[in-house]
Design a protein. Structure first.
Length: 202
């Protein structure tokens, strides 16, 4: 009887070791997912694309965790860039740009002198930063073309955003956002993705 109990204990211990190792492996795999493969300075467009594809489900889940209707809508829009743009004016954040059907064709001309976005255009930019070998989620930023009558001080554009946790981001459209965007009047105040990551114009 004693030997039988000892045998059962050994079997149970073996099962715990087996599943403990398996669980440890799953946690390890999860922990290493979406790790930045090299220093920021050495990241290629392909590296950024792979990293973004890995992290995007988490980004979108965060943006959609509250009741923002547009957070659900923008994921059906077309991308204006093939990969995230390297850090620029947006607080060293990498940006992935999407444009709604109203404005996609005009936006992807990437015109520098005669751009004229139609009223109703909405542009979304997913943002993230890289800290060491990890990705930190950033806000979801929007520009909406509402026309001069509704936004005379910002070139007809309305600026707004959503935090990584789905909450509303307070945006100073006139004093902060448009202060930078007014540098591109010929582009209808748009800051395009850099040429290396732009989609091919149609």
């Amino acid at each position: 009887m004693r030997q039988h109990k000892v045998g059962l204990l050994l079997i149970a211990a073996g099962i715990l070791v087996l599943y403990g190792c398996a669980g440890s492996g799953e946690q390890s795999a999860s922990a290493t997912a979406c790790v930045v493969p090299k220093s920021k300075a050495d990241l290629t467009v392909g590296d950024l694309k792979s990293l973004y594809d890995c992290k995007r489900p988490e980004l979108v889940a965060g943006y959609q965790s509250k009741d923002h209707e547009i957070a659900a809508k923008y994921t059906a829009w077309q991308a204006a860039s093939q990969a995230p743009q390297a850090p620029g004016m947006h607080s060293q954040q990498y940006l992935m740009t999407y444009v709604n059907p109203v404005g996609f064709a005009e936006y992807t001309r990437f015109a520098t002198n005669d751009a004229s976005m139609p009223v109703g255009t909405v542009i979304a930019k997913e943002a993230f930063t890289i800290k060491g070998d990890r990705v930190k989620h950033g806000p979801l930023l929007f520009m909406e073309k509402v026309g001069q009558d509704l936004a005379p001080q910002t070139g007809g554009w309305r600026y707004f955003g959503i935090k990584p946790n789905g909450s509303t981001l307070k945006v100073d459209g006139k004093g902060f956002c448009h202060a930078c965007h007014q540098s591109w009047p010929g582009q209808d105040f748009l800051g395009y993705p850099v040429p290396a990551v732009r989609v091919v114009s149609r």
